[in-house]
Design a binder for this molecule. Structure first.
Ligand SMILES: [Zn+2]
Length: 351
């Protein structure tokens, strides 16, 4: 029974992980490695394939030491292996080979298509290309395009809310922010913005900043460049008329993005903004747990991740809604200034 309960619990965790906006590992990072690579040079084929049968009428050098399958070698110098002389051939009417037996014909020697050194270099290049940088490595390699937090000077903290808008939690969060006169940043999903444009307009009207959180919340690193670009640009086209600007800020679902996609973002003058403090509110935590996760890790310059909508209807974000007034009071009481991402990072909301 205990085992069954544990299994059910694990299944629930996996289910939640699959739908919530948290950094996750590539679901199958090694799947590509399991598939045979048609371009991979396999030197063993030279020793495992049987030699091609030679026409019986044509003399061929005897196999060298070892199995018949080993690489062709120089004809043996032993008397038994000595080829027939020209006189014997003429006398016994043995056909002459097309080339000298001392230099085996090209067809008898199996060579790789390329010199081994080149193949090894090609293989090394392929391995280097296949190795993907971790998110941490990408962040360190592209610090100006991939941000996690802001500078600590100025005592500023940015509240961010992902996955909205929805009709249940987003309006409640907007009400609390308005009541406490706090401006925040909402990373919204394009398809949801399209469904609830009035909430995007309200965010803008009340001084919040809107960022792009993809169109349908996929795991971006698995997408082709075209599909990735469509996720971003389709959302931009929905948000532009609602916000009045082309959102500059991108937050990839689960915080996950590939190096090539980061380059794409940079080429389009956009900015990736993840977070350094995760409330873990998507787990359906109680308000005191959300408060503990946020207050326990936030400091000047922090970007705090919370959600304004669930991944599914079943997600309960009441903990976030209940925690928010207390978090705002706490940070204000500590002397922090709660600001939008553009203010924290000293950048623009549009490009
Ligand atoms: Zn998300």
């Amino acid at each position: 029974m205990k085992r069954l309960t544990a299994a059910a619990g694990l299944a629930a965790v996996l289910f939640i992980s699959a739908t919530a906006c948290v950094p996750v590992k590539d679901p199958s990072p090694h799947s590509a490695a399991l598939e045979p690579d048609p371009n991979r040079y396999i030197p063993h084929s030279l020793t495992t394939e049987p030699p091609a049968p030679a026409p019986s009428a044509v003399w061929h050098p005897p196999a060298g030491p070892g199995s018949p399958g080993v690489l062709p070698v120089k004809p043996s110098a032993s008397p038994a292996a000595k080829p027939p002389s020209a006189w014997t051939r003429k006398t016994l009417k043995i056909p002459f080979p097309k080339s000298s037996p001392s230099a085996p014909s090209k067809s008898a020697v199996r060579k790789p298509a390329l010199p081994v050194q080149k193949l090894q270099q090609a293989e090394q290049r392929q391995q280097a290309a296949e190795r993907k940088l971790t998110l941490s490595e990408i962040h360190h390699k592209y610090p100006s395009v991939f941000r996690l937090r802001g500078p600590s000077r100025g005592g500023k903290i940015a509240l961010t809310f992902d996955d909205g808008p929805d009709l249940k939690f987003t309006p409640q969060i907007l009400d609390i922010l308005r009541e406490h006169r706090v401006k925040a940043t909402f990373f919204v999903i394009g398809s949801r913005a399209k469904a609830h444009p009035e909430l995007i307009r309200r965010m803008v009207r009340e001084g919040h900043v809107v960022g792009n959180h993809s169109f349908s919340h996929p795991y971006l690193p698995k997408l082709s460049e075209d599909k990735f670009a469509a996720q971003i640009m389709d959302t931009q086209h929905i948000l532009k008329p609602l916000t009045g600007y082309n959102p500059k800020l991108i937050r990839p679902p689960y915080g996950a993005i590939s190096e090539d996609q980061v380059k794409w973002v940079a080429n389009h003058q956009l900015l990736i903004v993840n977070w350094d403090v995760d409330s873990l509110d998507w787990k359906g935590l109680a308000s005191h747990e959300v408060i503990q996760n946020v207050q326990g890790h936030a400091h000047a310059g922090s970007v705090i991740l919370q959600h304004s909508a669930g991944g599914t209807e079943k997600h309960n974000l009441s903990g976030t809604v209940e925690a928010l007034p207390q978090l705002i009071r706490h940070f204000k009481g500590e002397g922090y200034k709660l600001v939008t991402i553009p203010e924290l990072l000293q950048t623009t909301k549009g490009k």
